[in-house]
Design a binder for this molecule. Sequence first.
Ligand code: SDX
Length: 436
Amino acid sequence: MENDTLTITDNRTNKTYTIPIANGAVRALDLRQIKTGPDDFGLMTYDPAFMNTASCHSAITYLDGDAGILRYRGYPIEQLAEHCTFLEVAFLLLNGELPTQEELEKWNQAVMQRTMIHENVKKFMDGFHHDAHPMGILISTVAALSTFYPDARILSNPLCNRKQIVRLIGKMPTLAACAYRHRLGLPYVYPDPSLSYTKNYMNMLWRRTEPTYVANEVLARALEVLFILHADHEQNCSTSTMRAVGSSNADPFVTTAAAIAALSGPLHGGANEEVLRMLDEIGAIENIPNYIAEVKAGHRKLMGFGHRVYKNYDPRARIIKRVAEEVFEVTGRNPKIDIALELEKIALNDDYFIKRKLYPNVDFYSGIIYQAMGFTPDQFTVLFGIPRTVGWLAQWQELLQDPERKIARPRQIYVGQEVRDFVPITRRAQVEMAAV
Ligand code: SDX
C-alpha cells in the first residue's frame, strides 16, 4: 500500500517523523533520528526476551501461533510428517525444495558416509563420569569436533560450509549414541551406512551381539516422524543462539554446541525431560487436581504446556499424540499417557489455562513415547537436539547468505551508578552479599 508508513509525533519536541513500514514491521534504526537535541543518542526500542522484535528475514519456517500452523519452506508439517523421511525434510530445509529421487539418494549417501567419528573423540567421551548428563556430553563433544576439522573456520567457501553441515548432521546421532552407551557401560557400536538415518541411530543405540541390527519398522518410522517434527521452528531460543554466535564468524561446530546448550534449558528443549519428572511426581490421575492447584498458585509450571508463539494447540503435539498410539502397539502402553491425557483434558477446561492460552506443546507427549521406546528421561533432549541440528544449520546457512548480516550486538538501557571516584579499601562500607 502506498501509505505503508507510521507518522510519529515526539511530544517532547513537537516534531513529526514518517517511518516506513515493511512486512508488518518498522526498522528500529529508523527511530534513532527521533532526538530531543544534537547530543541525544536517539530513540531505541526496549524489548527484553525479544517478545516483539524480528531479528532477521527468513524463508525457512513459517508459524502462525494463533492458527496453530507450522510449515517448512511452505509445506504443512502434517504432510511432511505423513510422506517424508527425515533426511528428505533435511534436504528441503537446507535447499528450499524437496529432492528428486536421484538427489535424495545422493543426499542420503553423503550424510551416511559422514557418520563416523575420530577414534580420539571416544577417548574424550570416556573421560566423562558414568552418570554424566548426555546433554553435557553432547555440548562438549560437538564443540570438540571443531578441533578435528580446522577447515570449518573457512566460512567464505559455501562448499566448505556444506561439508561441515553434512558432517554435523551425520555425526550427531553417533555422538548421541556413544553418550547413551557410555552411560550404560556398553561398548560403542560403529555406524552402519547401509541403514537409514534413524535405523542406524537405533543400531548404534541398541545393537548387542547380533551381526546386523534389524530395527522395528514401526519404531523406526515413529522416530522419523518425531525427527521431522523437531527439525526447525523459526527463531526459538536455541536457533537465535545459533544465529548470534554464528554472526561472530565462529565455526559451525562451536556454534552448534552453543545452540545445544540453549536447548538444554528446561524452559526450552529440556522440557520433555521435565514433563516425565512432572508425570512421575503426579503419579496417579487422582493427584492431578492438587498439582493443578499448585500450578495455579504459581508454585509450579505445567511442563509441556504453553508457548511463546503458539496460542493454540501446537500442531506437532497433535501428531505426536497419534504416533504415541502406534508406538504403544509395539512397546505396550506407557501408563503415563493416561495421566497426561487426563491432565490435558482438565487443563484445557480450566480458566487459568484458557485465559493464558496455554496448550500442550511439542514436549508434552514426546517424552512418553521416548520412554516407551526405552530411552531414559535424560536422553530426551538429546533426541530433540539431533533433528534440530538440521534447523540450526539451515538458519546458520541463511545467516551467512543474508546481505544484511552483521555481528549481533544489542544495545542496553543503563540504569546503574552515575560516575563516581575511587574509594580506598580502608574507607569502603560492607556490602550485603549472599554467602558463597
Ligand atoms: C520449546 O520457541 C519455540 O519455538 C520453542 C520450541 C521449539 O520447537 O524450538 O517450540 C520448543 O521450547 C517448547 C516449550 C517447552 N517449554 C515448556 O513446556 C516449559 C513450560 N512452559 C513455559 O515455561 C512457557 O510457556 C514458555 C517458556 C514455553 C513460554 O513462556 P513465555 O512466552 O515467556 O510466557 P510467559 O512465561 O510470559 O507466560 C505467560 C503467562 C504467565 O502467567 P501470568 O504471569 O500472566 O499470570 O502464562 C503462564 C505464566 O506464568 N505460564 C504458565 C506456563 N507457561 C506460561 N503457567 C503454568 N505452566 C506453564 N507451563
